[in-house]
Design a binder for this molecule. Structure first.
Ligand code: ADP
Ligand code: AMP
Length: 214
């Protein structure tokens, strides 16, 4: 099963993708997580990506496409994957379709997690990420057991630089301009499914399971 998660930054793509990965035993591939790991490890790719990410801009298509194509070669992708944060532009979607067609396969479903901009600002301001394992929480909607400490690995939680209010509006603008057209792209291919992302995260997941099947 090859699944794409669509939606604004902060819509809950990562939260749902982790739940999907666990239930259907496929890897969760987040290009944002891969970039953040590269930044943490001080790689050349990380240095290049950081200049764009810090400004709330998209990393250039060629960097992202090369990175994801390498990731697909890993053994855990044999039975599919759930993509979170990729594709984010029409050229990325076209590159993905081309690569999959060459391999004799295709995307099965694109799930759009629909959340209005008003809610997004609130979501991102309250999002906290673990510096150790990258787990994501929310100070109100999905708090940790101990304030500021990751439930999974015990490390410290931080507010991502690009979740600061001055960058959030920029990222939303970039989303509307460059990523939202993908909704039409996948609608035209007949594989778009919509879920209401404003409800409780378990209810969002129930709607997704309804689409994907038990
Ligand atoms: P994305 O991957 O789309 O950027 P995340 O999954 O990181 O978004 O979610 C953004 C923030 O909103 C996180 O802090 C997360 O805990 C919280 N969140 C996710 N889904 C919901 C939901 N259904 N209701 C309330 N908060 C949510
Ligand atoms: P995310 O964790 O998905 O919110 O991504 C964080 C940031 O990483 C984005 O704001 C972009 O700067 C960059 N990024 C992640 N995925 C992509 C992508 N597919 N194309 C371009 N930039 C990306």
């Amino acid at each position: 099963m090859k699944i794409i998660m669509l939606g604004a930054p902060g819509a809950g793509k990562g939260t749902q993708a982790k739940m999907i990965a666990s239930k259907y035993t496929i890897p969760h591939i987040s290009t944002g997580d891969i970039f953040r790991a590269n930044i943490k490890n001080g790689t050349e790719l990380g240095k290049k990506a950081k200049t764009y990410m810090d400004q709330g801009l998209l990393v250039p298509d060629e960097l992202v496409v090369d990175l994801i194509m390498d990731r697909f070669k890993e053994a855990d992708c044999a039975n599919g994957y759930v993509l979170d944060g990729f594709p984010r532009t029409i050229p990325q979607a076209e590159a993905l379709d081309k690569a999959l067609a060459e391999a004799g396969t295709k995307v099965d479903v694109a799930i759009n997690v629909e959340v209005p901009d008003e809610n997004i600002v609130n979501r991102m301001g309250g999002r906290r990420a673990c510096v150790g394992c990258g787990a994501t929480y929310h100070i109100v909607y999905n708090p940790t057991k101990v304030d500021g400490v990751c439930d999974t690995c015990g490390k410290e939680l931080i507010l991502r630089d690009d979740d600061k209010p001055e960058t959030v509006q920029k990222r939303l603008n970039v989303y509307h301009e460059q990523t939202e057209p993908l909704i039409k792209y996948y609608t035209n291919k007949g594989i778009l499914k919509e879920v209401d992302g404003t409800v409780d995260m378990n209810d969002v997941f129930a709607a997704i399971v309804n689409i994907l099947g038990e």
